[in-house]
Design a protein around this ligand. Sequence first.
Ligand code: BGC
Length: 752
Amino acid sequence: MIMKTLRKTLWVSLALGMAFVFFACSQQQTSPNTQKKQFIDSLISEMTVEEKIGQMTLLTSGWSQTGPTMNDNYMEMIRKGQCGNVFNALTVDYNRKLQKIAVEETRLGIPLLFGYDVIHGFKTIFPIPLAESCSWDTTMIRKTARLASKEASASGVTWTFNPMVDISRDPRWGRIAEGAGEDPFLASAIAKAKVKGHQGGDLSDSQTLAACVKHMAAYGAPIAGRDYNTVDMSKRRFKEVYMPPYKAAVEADVASMMTSFNELFGIPATGSHYLLTELLRDQWNYKGMVVTDYTSIPEMIDHGYARDEKHAAELALNAGVDMDMQGASYHEYLKKSLEEGKVTEKQLNKAVRRVLGMKYDLGLFEDPYRYLDNEREDRIIHSQEMMEHALESAKESVVLLKNDAHRGSKVLPLSKDIGSIALVGPLADNQREHLGAWHASGTDSLVTTVRKGLEKEFPNTAIRYAQGCDFTGNDKSGFDQALANAQRSDVVVMAVGEKHTQSGEAASRSDIGLPGVQLDLVKEMVATGKPVVVMVMAGRPMTLPWIDENVPAILNTWHLGTRAGDAVADILSGQTNPSGKLTSTFPRNVGQIPIYYSHKKTGRPYDPNDGYTSRYLDVPNSPLYPFGYGLSYTTFEYSNMQVDKEKIGFGEPLTVTVNIKNTGDRKGEEVVQLYTRDMVGSVTRPVKELKGFRKIALEPGQERRVQFNVSSDDLRFYTADMEYQAEPGKFKVFVGTSSADVMEKSFELVGK
Ligand code: BGC
């Protein structure tokens, strides 16, 4: 009762304060930022140390956990003001219950943040992020983030732990599924699109979410591709390759950032003053909030960086961490550290200010229940808009890897009049696995299976389904039925790949071929002599050398989400022409990893005929499928590439133009890619770096001239002195359909 009275008194005084500020504002034009500052200042001045630490604490509701649960008494902690933020709490009814405790039963009534991993959809699931990146369509990707926010916010979520922008050049790492592939330029564009999509123009809009870019930093480069493993790289590589997407998210005003589990430069990221203060705050001027990853504060003990949990909490706060996710280390120890002078109240205030700032921006002080509307929840979840976008985004994510002729004609697309299809494989009649890694609260019962999709798209065709085998294990007892179906059908369509748990967090693999006996099943199908289409449905690039050599048609569809079956059926029939391009290199075998297009040339560049060059004895250097690669049912011809100058000065644009013609007989989309190469530098430069891309649609026979501008800004890198600038000299510029299939011109950067 006393607490309630105190809380009420405070709110009244804050409300009066606000009214005064508002009045003063109308008189003297107080800026919204000043109003926010004044509100937060007065709130902080009322807070006890315990309440401050409470605001710096984030605990899981225990509904769906992504790691060990350390506190199951979180409701009691909310009531005591010891836990100001909750994640994995869902539904309007449940979150209202929790919000009511925070608002009505705590002394100050500060509302809770509700966090959740809305990575590629909430209940309606869109393609996994790696798949969607293959669309190279930032407008579409932004829309995906907007709709995911709309659906999740309708269920009481206010904050998403997305986007994950970690560059990865190692498909053994299961979390490659969550990112945008290997390239910093493309990944930065996608990072921006996602932040803007989630946050919209106004965080207080109840249909938007606060975003959280993760995982700072370089989490995608664990040694040997094993999740959580040590990361060790040069600062130059970190800054040029791994850092840009985080920076892009900061430039897009991301509301929060998550630290990573790994160490970098010998220090766990969660305790890294360099990452969280020098880089983030001092150099990038980042104003948002920093939260740890799940229990990564106490994990600093295992890292061998903190003596004990109290020390770990001090290291985290001193490095620049504002909020402790699930460690409860701030809760347990910060007060003592403060009494001992190991941390200061000023540091607490800084952290609390950022947390409260986020709540303020979300509009929670104005109305703590603004995201909690039952009618909206019923109306938005799985609405037509969501389901339609799930189909559109899925279709755009598919990459056609191969489409050769079988007995004189191309295998794909399949004729709508085809008499019979043998449909085979563990993903052919499966719902759940299409949701992919990190599928939030995805509803598997609504997923369209490949089987359903084909039955709808080919109503006059006999669809003969047999699973053939499971994802894992050695059981081949289903092969006979699949074989019998194949022998009496016109074509074999296979849906093979990974379960959703075979990629994502804690799902690294040392062998990234098809698991179980799936490859044996493919071989049996090919041996029938029937035309075979293999759809690889997985969360990572896989090694597919046998399939590439022996199967005429291959689609890499990834995990496509709720409308997976409809999307692939549209592509198989040619209703949709595939336009995806790979954003991560497909190796021939695991031994080639890490493999990526923007490698250095070396002093002994690859020469297959010279043994003393940089090469393998048993495999070519080239990948199976390069970055930027993807076919279409039509063909595109590039011609007449031109640069408008031979020399440019600093700040002066170079215009690069090229003609692209659709030389086939159906409409198609092409991702035109521009790369540059700095021929000589104060440090060596990669053989190619992506600097531009454009996705264009062309009718059959249509030709378009596409233009790119390149300036010295695009040619910057970290020089020998670690200055971020361009160096004068000779460059090459390439335009093409993939990183390995380009036309080229030269130019020179002069001056300075
Ligand atoms: C993951 C994060 C995620 C968090 C909360 C962690 O295990 O690494 O990406 O946001 O859990 O679910």
